[in-house]
Design a protein around this ligand. Structure first.
Ligand code: HEM
Length: 138
Protein backbone atom coordinates (compact mmCIF):
# COMPACT_ATOMS: atom_id res chain seq x y z
CA UNK A 1 0.00 0.00 0.00
CA UNK A 2 1.44 3.46 -0.87
CA UNK A 3 2.31 5.78 2.02
CA UNK A 4 -0.40 8.31 1.09
CA UNK A 5 -3.08 5.59 1.38
CA UNK A 6 -1.91 4.77 4.90
CA UNK A 7 -2.27 8.47 5.80
CA UNK A 8 -5.75 8.67 4.25
CA UNK A 9 -6.92 5.49 6.02
CA UNK A 10 -5.41 6.33 9.41
CA UNK A 11 -6.94 9.82 9.30
CA UNK A 12 -10.28 8.25 8.26
CA UNK A 13 -10.06 5.92 11.27
CA UNK A 14 -9.48 8.89 13.58
CA UNK A 15 -12.63 10.54 12.19
CA UNK A 16 -14.48 7.24 12.68
CA UNK A 17 -13.36 7.06 16.31
CA UNK A 18 -14.35 10.63 17.12
CA UNK A 19 -17.55 10.56 15.03
CA UNK A 20 -18.77 7.33 16.66
CA UNK A 21 -17.87 8.72 20.10
CA UNK A 22 -20.06 11.77 19.40
CA UNK A 23 -22.83 9.41 18.21
CA UNK A 24 -22.53 7.26 21.32
CA UNK A 25 -22.68 10.31 23.61
CA UNK A 26 -25.84 11.57 21.86
CA UNK A 27 -27.42 8.11 22.04
CA UNK A 28 -26.63 7.82 25.73
CA UNK A 29 -28.02 11.31 26.33
CA UNK A 30 -31.13 10.38 24.37
CA UNK A 31 -31.83 7.37 26.61
CA UNK A 32 -30.74 8.98 29.89
CA UNK A 33 -30.75 12.80 29.36
CA UNK A 34 -27.94 14.46 31.28
CA UNK A 35 -26.63 17.30 29.08
CA UNK A 36 -28.82 19.03 26.47
CA UNK A 37 -25.82 20.71 24.80
CA UNK A 38 -24.65 17.28 23.56
CA UNK A 39 -27.06 17.75 20.65
CA UNK A 40 -24.58 20.35 19.33
CA UNK A 41 -22.50 17.30 18.35
CA UNK A 42 -25.09 16.07 15.84
CA UNK A 43 -23.82 18.02 12.82
CA UNK A 44 -20.10 17.45 13.60
CA UNK A 45 -21.04 13.72 13.96
CA UNK A 46 -22.59 13.69 10.49
CA UNK A 47 -19.63 15.62 8.98
CA UNK A 48 -17.07 13.26 10.48
CA UNK A 49 -18.73 9.96 9.63
CA UNK A 50 -19.86 10.90 6.12
CA UNK A 51 -16.92 12.96 4.87
CA UNK A 52 -14.06 12.34 7.32
CA UNK A 53 -14.58 8.57 7.53
CA UNK A 54 -16.52 7.23 4.52
CA UNK A 55 -15.34 9.60 1.78
CA UNK A 56 -11.74 9.68 3.00
CA UNK A 57 -11.62 5.86 3.22
CA UNK A 58 -12.78 5.66 -0.41
CA UNK A 59 -10.06 8.12 -1.45
CA UNK A 60 -7.35 6.20 0.43
CA UNK A 61 -8.32 2.80 -0.97
CA UNK A 62 -8.93 4.30 -4.44
CA UNK A 63 -5.48 5.90 -4.56
CA UNK A 64 -4.02 2.47 -3.82
CA UNK A 65 -6.06 0.11 -6.04
CA UNK A 66 -7.21 2.08 -9.07
CA UNK A 67 -4.95 1.05 -12.02
CA UNK A 68 -1.45 2.53 -12.04
CA UNK A 69 0.50 3.63 -15.10
CA UNK A 70 3.45 1.70 -16.41
CA UNK A 71 6.86 3.37 -16.25
CA UNK A 72 8.31 5.67 -13.65
CA UNK A 73 5.40 7.83 -12.56
CA UNK A 74 3.05 4.96 -11.69
CA UNK A 75 0.57 6.89 -9.55
CA UNK A 76 0.21 9.89 -11.88
CA UNK A 77 -0.03 13.43 -10.54
CA UNK A 78 0.55 12.53 -6.90
CA UNK A 79 0.68 16.15 -5.70
CA UNK A 80 -3.03 16.51 -6.44
CA UNK A 81 -3.80 13.49 -4.23
CA UNK A 82 -1.62 14.88 -1.42
CA UNK A 83 -3.48 18.18 -1.75
CA UNK A 84 -6.78 16.27 -1.48
CA UNK A 85 -5.57 14.60 1.72
CA UNK A 86 -4.66 17.92 3.36
CA UNK A 87 -7.78 19.72 2.08
CA UNK A 88 -10.31 17.06 3.14
CA UNK A 89 -8.94 16.92 6.70
CA UNK A 90 -8.67 20.70 7.03
CA UNK A 91 -12.22 20.94 5.60
CA UNK A 92 -13.83 18.39 7.93
CA UNK A 93 -12.17 19.90 11.01
CA UNK A 94 -13.06 23.49 10.02
CA UNK A 95 -16.67 22.63 9.10
CA UNK A 96 -17.14 20.54 12.28
CA UNK A 97 -15.89 23.36 14.52
CA UNK A 98 -18.15 25.80 12.65
CA UNK A 99 -21.18 23.51 12.97
CA UNK A 100 -20.52 22.96 16.68
CA UNK A 101 -19.99 26.69 17.34
CA UNK A 102 -22.78 27.79 14.99
CA UNK A 103 -20.35 29.91 12.92
CA UNK A 104 -21.73 29.96 9.37
CA UNK A 105 -18.56 31.47 7.85
CA UNK A 106 -16.41 28.67 9.27
CA UNK A 107 -18.81 26.08 7.88
CA UNK A 108 -18.57 27.79 4.49
CA UNK A 109 -14.75 27.78 4.59
CA UNK A 110 -14.78 24.09 5.64
CA UNK A 111 -17.14 23.13 2.83
CA UNK A 112 -15.05 25.07 0.29
CA UNK A 113 -11.96 23.14 1.47
CA UNK A 114 -13.87 19.84 1.16
CA UNK A 115 -15.05 20.74 -2.34
CA UNK A 116 -11.47 21.59 -3.33
CA UNK A 117 -10.39 18.18 -1.98
CA UNK A 118 -13.02 16.36 -4.08
CA UNK A 119 -12.03 18.30 -7.22
CA UNK A 120 -8.31 17.76 -6.62
CA UNK A 121 -8.82 14.00 -6.06
CA UNK A 122 -11.10 13.66 -9.09
CA UNK A 123 -8.59 15.43 -11.37
CA UNK A 124 -5.84 13.16 -9.99
CA UNK A 125 -7.74 9.88 -10.39
CA UNK A 126 -9.53 10.53 -13.71
CA UNK A 127 -6.67 9.48 -16.03
CA UNK A 128 -6.11 6.32 -13.93
CA UNK A 129 -9.68 5.09 -14.48
CA UNK A 130 -9.01 2.97 -17.54
CA UNK A 131 -9.46 -0.67 -18.55
CA UNK A 132 -6.50 -3.08 -18.51
CA UNK A 133 -5.01 -3.70 -21.94
CA UNK A 134 -5.82 -7.43 -21.68
CA UNK A 135 -9.54 -6.78 -21.08
CA UNK A 136 -10.03 -4.94 -24.39
CA UNK A 137 -13.67 -4.97 -25.40
CA UNK A 138 -14.94 -6.30 -22.03
C1 HEM B 1 -20.83 5.52 9.28
C2 HEM B 1 -21.69 5.49 10.31
C3 HEM B 1 -22.72 6.57 10.60
C4 HEM B 1 -23.30 7.47 9.75
C5 HEM B 1 -23.10 7.65 8.24
C6 HEM B 1 -24.21 8.28 10.56
C7 HEM B 1 -24.97 9.31 10.07
C8 HEM B 1 -25.91 9.98 10.79
C9 HEM B 1 -26.85 10.95 10.25
C10 HEM B 1 -26.93 11.37 8.78
C11 HEM B 1 -27.61 11.39 11.26
C12 HEM B 1 -28.74 12.42 11.18
C13 HEM B 1 -30.06 11.66 11.06
C14 HEM B 1 -31.24 12.59 11.08
O1 HEM B 1 -31.10 13.75 11.47
O2 HEM B 1 -32.32 12.12 10.73
C15 HEM B 1 -27.19 10.71 12.47
C16 HEM B 1 -27.74 10.89 13.70
C17 HEM B 1 -27.39 10.21 14.81
N1 HEM B 1 -26.40 9.25 14.92
FE1 HEM B 1 -25.23 8.59 13.44
N2 HEM B 1 -24.14 7.85 11.86
C18 HEM B 1 -23.25 6.80 11.94
C19 HEM B 1 -22.89 6.09 13.06
C20 HEM B 1 -23.42 6.28 14.32
C21 HEM B 1 -23.06 5.53 15.52
C22 HEM B 1 -22.05 4.39 15.56
C23 HEM B 1 -23.83 6.03 16.54
C24 HEM B 1 -23.88 5.63 17.99
C25 HEM B 1 -22.95 4.96 18.63
C26 HEM B 1 -24.65 7.09 16.01
C27 HEM B 1 -25.55 7.84 16.73
C28 HEM B 1 -26.38 8.80 16.22
C29 HEM B 1 -27.38 9.51 17.00
C30 HEM B 1 -27.71 9.32 18.47
C31 HEM B 1 -28.01 10.39 16.12
C32 HEM B 1 -29.13 11.36 16.43
C33 HEM B 1 -30.46 10.62 16.20
C34 HEM B 1 -31.65 11.51 16.52
O3 HEM B 1 -31.81 12.54 15.87
O4 HEM B 1 -32.39 11.13 17.40
N3 HEM B 1 -24.37 7.21 14.66
N4 HEM B 1 -26.16 9.87 12.15
Amino acid sequence: MPRLSTYFIRAALLHLGLGFTFGALMLWNKGMPFEGRLWLLLNPHIEMVLVGWTTQLVMGVGFWIIPRFTGENRYGRVRLAWAAFILINAGVITASVGLWGNAAWLVLVGRALELSAFISFAVHIWPRVKPFAETKGV
